[in-house]
Design a protein around this ligand. Sequence first.
Ligand SMILES: O=C(O)c1cc(=O)[nH]c(=O)n1[C@@H]1O[C@H](COP(=O)(O)O)[C@@H](O)[C@H]1O
Length: 276
Amino acid sequence: MESFGTRLRRAVTQRGPLCVGIDPHAALLDRWGLPDDVAGLERFAHTVVDALADRVAVLKPQSAFFERFGSRGVAVLESTIRQSRAAGALVLLDVKRGDIGSTMAAYADAYLNPASPLSADAITVSPYLGVGSLQPAFDLAATHGAGVFVLALTSNPEGPGVQHAVAADGRTVAQTIIDEISQVNAGADPLGSVGLVVGATIGETGHDLSKVNGPLLAPGLGAQGATPADLRAVFGASVRNVLPSYSREVLGAGPSVADLRAAAARATAECRAALG
Ligand SMILES: O=C(O)c1cc(=O)[nH]c(=O)n1[C@@H]1O[C@H](COP(=O)(O)O)[C@@H](O)[C@H]1O
């Protein structure tokens, strides 16, 4: 079976380096002229899928925006994932899970087991119960050719208070996470299947990403203020493995399918130029 790293590398080569987040904020539903209910949610998510799933490398539905409508919202998330994958996009489900290992195994089963109705190509996870607690997700992902993206240096201003804290051996908390994931991906070719999340907003922090050998998801572009020109300073020589991610900036172009496609094409071109 092909690994997620292999599938992602191919998708980016064929479609360009772009992840578009599907974040149906109430304000966006309103801007699109849609009601803030499950019918509006469904129309919004399926319009994004119709516009982009046949052309961008990765779509990243944010689970919270679907969960807020309860089981019917989760049903829309299921169909959004299914339709996106059917149209050829890889789906990174943004759920930011993290728990003790035995419970993490159940989360992995929910999102990475192809038998689950919420099965995606990859998920986001939080390492703050210890990277080792995520091992059941790494294992199930490897079994099914799926991926896992671990938060390392997040895009929000509150992140550094925890992530830049210095551990007993002198490394920052974030660097210990980066180093542990580098070990998980060691030897993978062309790319490991465990990625890191590193915000495009964080500037030069001195963290060493050179041995990660996995995808580097870069949210924070557009609405949070970062631009593709910031990527080189944040990622240095590791920029080749960066997957830039936009939500509101691209979604704000809707509801016109043509305008969504134009916004995604513009973002892809800008990111491709910035990543060289
Ligand atoms: O894991 C993420 O995707 C993520 C990590 C991070 O550090 N910062 C971050 O903004 N995100 C997510 O990326 C998306 C950013 O949305 P925009 O700011 O609208 O582009 C949201 O869904 C966030 O939850």
